[in-house]
Each structure stands twice: as structure tokens, then as C-alpha cells.
Design a protein around this ligand. Structure first.
Ligand code: UDX
Length: 403
């Protein structure tokens, strides 16, 4: 079938390339000409393992003209829904995509993939299109293609049978439980799913902080807890807290939404609060060895919010580097992929950091080393040259925030 994808960021690009590799005719639209041109040239605008392989063999068409979507039976919208200052959702990009779709004369089904609060699709999309659905994605950066083709579930939100049949056809080649439900339920599933994953992380960090104070290794504790079939080991890795463009944003939005609908979300607030303080625990740990950081050369290995991505959004590295600089440390940093994005995220902060082109050079320039991202290359113990290493993410399990 002919499928459109509006918004070619982390989610939209993976969605377009994946549907295309399933044999659908795909048209990907983005208003960012540079992004479109990069994709046409087979270059992924973001780092995602496998993207360039899919780009090399895709038949998908990339354009900035919405008019090329005419003829599509189904258009997914995968534009950003970033948080506003009060944590609520910024729907400007979604509204703009809907308006452009309308003006282009498109009359087929419209299905947002972006994470939107319950009621949003009905309020923002349904008034303008006869056939509307909602299809949340559960793609994690760094494993997005694997997640697309091997999902735990496919959630199809719909209000009319025609849209449901189109969504079934789009996904027919993927084996996974399908949950077909109304729009609001499907929209809440995404938030509930992400909030629970962030709860697991915050819980592991809470137990890790207790463990640290009694000399227990929280990973050993979670290896046992995770064997409980009702719990599961994944997302119980303690560290410097969760970051990324999803968990913090989605939690804030769900907290704001809960209040709008008359409920004070005490547990969600606790997750947010626990996570907000977690990055600073690594700086406190460093200060148990160096009471003052003034003039201390601190090597920071890893800036990305997790390995195998170039994304630093809401990453713990931003808070940690800020705190180190505030305490007078001389910060040296290295990340295999995320340095450029880190420079952009906070230009003022960024000019005060000394960037290196290798982990070894960064360590050699430092008195002590902090590991903020568990990139595979950081597990080479010869890197550290006997320097004190403090782990914000588990590499060796020697000295870390929860072990
Ligand atoms: C997440 C969800 O996993 C995905 O399903 C959803 O569609 C988008 O949000 P992502 O944000 O890309 O994906 O990364 P994820 O792998 O979930 O990690 C999120 C954060 O939690 C990272 O900062 C990671 O370091 C942290 N984390 C994860 C932990 O600290 N401990 C863990 O055990 C797992």
C-alpha cells in the first residue's frame, strides 16, 4: 500500500524506512530541506545503527512537498511534541503538519505516531479528516529498527473500521500481539508504558543509593530481584538517572495532564524528583575523594544520554558537566558520537569544556575520570592508566553511584 510519513526525525525516518523495507510504497515528508537532501543522498541526519544500510536500499521517496502525499492511503505523523516550560505538550508541530496536510488536499487516513496526551488526536486531527487513528511507537534510540520489526505489541488506535483495516494492512507482515482500541486508550498506553519504564529505573537508583551507603552492589541485588517473573531484570540498571527525548518529557506531560483532569500524581512526581537529583550523586561521589574540585582535571567519558546514539537531550551529562564547572573543575570530555550535539545543547556551557578526539587522550589529560555513558569502547581497562575512575554507568563495577 502507499504510505506517507510526515516528520523524518528519529521516529519518522525509522518508520518510513521500515515500512518501505516491508514492501510498501513510502513517501517521507519533512519541512527541513537539509534533512530531506541528506536522506536522498543516503545520509542519515541522526546516528541510528542500520539507518544507512536501509537508506542505501530503500525505495522510499523523500520530499518537503506535502502534495506528494496525495495517493497515499495512510499518512503517519511523527513530528516532535516537545515539552513547554510548564511541562505540558507543545503541539505546534502537530498542528502545523495537520494544516499542511489539509491544504495539500490529502483526503486519506491520518495516524499520529508522536507521543500525544489522551484526547489530542480527537481534538487536533479528527475535526479535519474523516479517517483518523493513533499508533504509538515503542522505538528506543540505538535499537529502533530492531524494535520496529520485533515489537512486543502493536497498538492500533482507531475510531472507524476503514482506518483500522489500513493499519492492519500496514503491519500485516510483522508478527506481534495486536491491541486494537479507541484513540484515548492508545494515547494513554504510550505514557503509561514509558512512565513505568522510568519508574523501574528510578526504583533501581533508589535502591542503588541505599546500597552505596552500606557497601552493597545494587547490580547483585537487581540480578536477584529481576529473576522474579513478575518483575523482570530489564530497566533495573542503576546509574546516574534516565535522560533522552522521551522519559523526562513524557513524565512531565503526564504529570501536567493528570492535574488537568483532577488528579495529583504523587507517584509520578516522585519518579521525576528522584531522577532529577540522581546525576549529582556522581559528583558527590567524586567529592568523597576530592573534597574540593577547584582546579581538578576531570575527564568525562560519554556525553550521549545512552550508548549507540548521538542524542544528548535531557542527558545526565548536561547536569554533571555544569556542576563540575560550577565547582571549579577543569572538564575534559570525549564521546564517540555525541560531542557535536553536546556543543549545541548549551553553547555557553560548552565553550568551557575541553573536548578530545579519543578516550585515551581525554583520560591522559585528567586527574580523575567519570563514566557517563556505557559506550563499549570504555570497557578497555588499559585506557585508564591507573587514574581513579567513578562510574555513572556500569562498566567495571568497581566504584560507582550504586556499587
Ligand atoms: C525510551 C523507551 O525505551 C522507548 O520504548 C520509547 O519509545 C522511547 O523512550 P529511549 O529514551 O530511546 O527509549 O532510551 P531507553 O533505552 O529507554 O533509555 C532511557 C534512559 O533510561 C537512558 O538515559 C538510559 O541510560 C536510562 N536507563 C535505561 C537506565 O538508567 N537504566 C536502565 O536500566 C535502562
Amino acid at each position: 500500500m502507499k504510505i506517507g510519513v510526515v516528520g523524518l526525525g528519529y521516529v519518522g525516518m525509522v518508520t518510513a524506512l521500515s515500512f518501505s523495507s516491508l514492501g510498501h510504497d513510502v513517501v517521507g515528508v519533512d519541512v527541513d530541506q537539509a534533512r530531506v537532501q541528506a536522506l536522498r543522498n543516503g545520509k542519515s541526519p541522526v546516528y541510528e545503527p542500520g539507518a544507512e544500510d536501509y537508506l542505501a536500499r530503500t525505495r522510499a521517496v523523500f520530499t518537503s512537498h506535502y502534495s506528494e502525499l496525495n495517493g497515499c492511503e495512510l499518512v503517519f505523523i511523527a513530528v516532535g511534541t516537545p515539552p513547554l516550560s510548564d511541562g505540558s505538550q507543545n503541539l505546534a508541530f502537530l498542528r502545523s503538519a495537520v494544516d499542511s496536510l489539509r491544504q495539500s488536499g490529502y483526503r486519506g487516513a491520518v495516524v499520529p505516531r508522536s507521543t500525544v496526551l489522551p484526547g489530542t488526536t480527537k481534538r487536533v486531527v479528527a475535526p479535519y479528516f474523516e479517517h483518523v487513528g493513533y499508533n504509538p511507537e515503542f522505538l528506543a534510540e540505538g535499537s529502533a529498527f530492531r524494535d520496529f520489526f520485533n515489537p512486543d505489541k502493536i497498538v492500533l488506535g482507531y475510531e472507524d473500521e476503514h482506518t483500522l483495516s489500513l493499519l492492519r494492512e500496514a503491519y500485516e507482515k510483522i508478527q506481534a500481539p495486536r491491541l486494537e482500541m479507541d484513540l484515548s486508550t492508545a494515547e494513554l498506553v504510550k505514557y503509561a508504558n514509558n512512565a513505568f519504564l522510568s519508574l523501574k529505573v528510578a526504583y533501581a537508583n533508589e535502591i542503588g543509593n541505599i546500597s552505596k551507603n552500606i557497601g552493597v552492589d545494587v547490580y547483585r541485588v537487581m540480578d536477584a530481584v529481576g529473576l522474579d517473573r513478575r518483575i523482570g531484570r530489564e530497566f533495573l540498571n542503576a546509574g546516574i538517572g534516565f535522560g533522552g527525548s522521551c522519559f523526562p518529557k513524557d513524565l512531565s506531560a503526564l504529570i501536567a495532564f493528570s492535574r488537568e483532569v483532577g488528579y495529583e500524581p504523587v507517584l509520578l512526581r516522585a519518579i521525576y524528583e528522584q531522577n532529577a537529583g540522581q546525576p549529582y550523586r556522581l559528583v558527590s561521589l567524586l567529592k568523597t575523594r576530592y573534597p574540593t574540585l577547584q582546579g581538578l582535571k576531570v575527564g568525562v567519558l560519554g556525553l550521549a544520554f545512552k550508548p549507540n546514539t548521538d542524542d544528548v537531550r535531557e542527558g545526565p551529562s548536561i547536569k554533571i558537566v555544569s556542576k563540575l564547572l560550577e565547582e571549579g573543575a577543569e572538564v575534559h570530555a570525549y564521546d564517540p558520537r555525541a560531542t557535536e550535539n553536546f556543543r549545541k545543547v548549551n553553547p555557553e556551557l560548552s565553550t568551557r569544556v575541553r573536548y578530545h578526539s579519543s578516550a585515551r587522550e581525554c583520560v591522559q589529560s585528567s586527574d580523575a575520570v567519570l563514566i557517563l555513558t556505557e559506550w563499549q569502547e570504555f570497557s578497555d581497562s588499559s585506557l585508564y592508566d591507573g587514574k581513579p575512575v567513578f562510574e555513572g554507568r556500569r562498566i567495571f563495577g568497581r566504584e560507582g553511584v550504586g556499587w
